[in-house]
Design a protein around this ligand. Structure first.
Ligand SMILES: Cc1cc2nc3c(=O)[nH]c(=O)nc-3n(C[C@H](O)[C@H](O)[C@H](O)COP(=O)(O)OP(=O)(O)OC[C@H]3O[C@@H](n4cnc5c(N)ncnc54)[C@H](O)[C@@H]3O)c2cc1C
Length: 511
């Protein structure tokens, strides 16, 4: 196998990966390996924005309090403080690297125009219309391409990490239609994003297959809080079009949820109606869909002036139009969908995992910032802040041992002829039994079914990307089910209808 040497190996090219790359480039050679084209990531689809206490009436203390409230008692307080105290300098760094955000004029001077989302006590969402993530991704790609110390390899899939004793010393990667390459590095960074593709309905793009959790599991990294999956209440329901998120802000502007018979139903569930916290809205839609026997409900914005909708949500209107829906005239069919993975690979404030030489940042990581529920727009910020600290910490990493071996999970690749069938079964299983409303017997059934699926799988199969991704999704599903079964109290995003404790629902609605 061909061997490549670098100082810092970064797996993933979303906000976490490219932030680490740009910071680490000051200290040595950086290789960014990404499995699709560089921009394809959860980052590019983020609509809302990035939270930072930059308003005159705001402070990191208020941002800290809101984050802790959303996390329902399970946040790591040190991590939260680290996040909010570093938010403004990191945002400034992003702007210095070319990200443009919306401005408004106050007293004749331009200021960042700040939005408000559920759970924030102040206006603190820095945004670029409804395409904030795209703007951030664009700026970071541009900056990375200008940095001579950074090499980017697109369409290159990392299949395993290299391990020597308990030290991670690189990875094995497969460039498309080429042989595997062994990459030796002083430090390896998982910036691989989420695993929400394990669910039948998700807002995440197809790359979100939880590979980082699969890679980390194989080297014995600690994985935590995987039961806390955030479901977004309103995504487009379509048999022909890709699932697409319709931001909370549309309900903030007055859009109404109606069942398929046209009846407004949210007040049956919560006095705050459509503006109830996200998990309440998701559960209400789930309940209403079950009652009416329809897989979706409607989001009605036809009473809002079209010009206003066009000004606030140009991208949403355009995407709905491509799906054949004119939202200014017709109600939009919506369904909740898996949106954000709060848990992941456990890291400290420096993004370090319990495996020497291995770091993680962004959605794949569990820094402790989100606890049991994520506060709106804290995820892009978390990737930025912890990406920064991880790169700085790794600057001093020692030379790697040269003879590391690839670490694989027992199920390295799901065979070609089985992969699509396994995925179909898995996504259904997770949606029906490990989704928005869980039950103990459903979780146990899912555990049993998953074990069956894993037992039926032949071992030693030849490599192909879809098979490796499917194997990683099985690993992720296993973590979610195990940790959901172990959680004996309803808290934050974990809701098991068989537990008598009420869910600690806080307003953590987010985009
Ligand atoms: C529709 C939507 C809207 C959102 N809105 C907001 C918002 O407004 N505010 C907010 O804060 N958050 C928002 N989020 C969440 C936020 O976008 C993500 O948490 C964040 O972008 C994650 O960044 P990341 O760098 O960790 O991962 P990603 O951006 O997902 O990047 C992961 C990268 O890893 C690569 N990769 C994965 N596996 C492998 C492998 N095996 N080998 C090589 N490469 C690999 C992928 O190709 C990709 O480049 C939203 C998410 C979605 C889906």
């Amino acid at each position: 196998m061909q061997t490549v040497e670098t100082d810092f190996l970064i797996i993933g090219s979303g906000i976490a990966g490219l932030t680490i790359a740009l910071r680490a480039a000051k200290y040595g050679r950086v290789l960014v390996v990404t499995k699709s084209e560089i921009a394809e990531s959860n980052t590019r689809w983020a609509q809302g924005g990035i939270a930072a206490a930059v308003g005159e009436d705001d402070s990191w203390g208020l941002h800290e309090q809101d984050t802790l409230t959303a996390g329902a008692g399970l946040c790591d307080k040190n991590a939260v403080r680290f996040l909010v105290q570093n938010a403004v300098p990191c945002l400034q760094w992003l702007i210095d690297n070319g990200a443009h955000f919306d401005l408004s004029t106050q007293n004749g001077f331009p200021h960042l125009s700040l939005g408000r989302e559920g759970g924030h006590s102040r206006n603190r969402i820095v945004r670029r219309a409804d395409q904030s993530g795209w703007e951030i991704e664009r700026a970071l790609i541009n900056a990375s391409r200008q940095q001579p110390n950074i090499t980017i390899r697109e369409f290159t899939f990392v299949e395993s990490l290299l391990l020597k004793g308990s030290r991670c010393c690189g990875a094995v990667a497969r460039p498309e239609r080429q042989d595997a390459v062994c990459i030796q590095s002083r430090a390896a960074f998982l910036a691989t994003g989420s695993c929400c593709q394990v669910y039948r309905y998700t807002t995440n793009p197809p790359i979100a297959t939880g590979d980082g959790i699969g890679l980390a599991t194989a080297v014995g990294a600690e994985i935590k809080n995987m039961e806390f999956i955030q479901f977004h209440p309103t995504t487009l329901y379509s048999r022909t079009h890709r699932s697409f998120l319709i931001s909370e802000a549309v309900r903030g502007e007055g859009a109404i949820l109606r069942n398929v018979f046209g009846r407004r139903f949210m007040f049956d569930y919560d006095p705050r109606g459509e503006l109830a916290p996200r998990d309440i809205v998701a559960r209400a839609i789930h309940a209403e869909a079950q009652k009416t026997g329809s897989p979706f409900v409607h989001l009605d914005m036809t009473h809002i002036p079209p010009a206003e909708l066009q000004r606030r949500f140009p991208n949403i209107l355009e995407t709905l139009k491509e799906a054949g829906i004119d939202a200014t005239r017709d109600p939009v069919p919506v369904v909740p969908a898996a949106h954000y993975q709060c848990g992941g690979v456990v890291t400290d404030l420096n993004g370090k995992t319990n495996v020497d030489g291995l770091y993680a940042a962004g959605e794949v990581a569990c820094t402790g910032v989100h606890g049991a529920n994520r506060l709106a727009s804290n995820s892009l910020l978390e990737a930025l802040v912890f990406g920064f600290s991880a790169a700085e910490h790794a600057a001093g990493a020692a030379e790697p041992p040269k003879d590391g071996k690839p670490a694989r999970n027992s199920l390295a690749v799901v065979p070609h002829q089985l992969a699509e069938g396994v995925l179909f079964r898995l996504k259904r299983l997770m949606w029906e039994h490990v989704g928005i409303v869980r039950r103990t017997h459903g979780l146990e059934f899912a555990k049993h079914e998953l074990e069956e699926m894993m037992r039926e799988m032949p071992v030693g199969e030849p490599f192909f990307v879809r098979g490796a991704q499917t194997a990683n999704m099985l690993v992720c599903a296993n973590w979610i089910i195990q940790q959901a079964l172990a959680r004996k109290q309803n808290v934050g995003l974990h809701y098991n209808a068989d537990l008598d404790t009420p869910s600690e629902t806080r307003d953590a609605s987010s985009s």
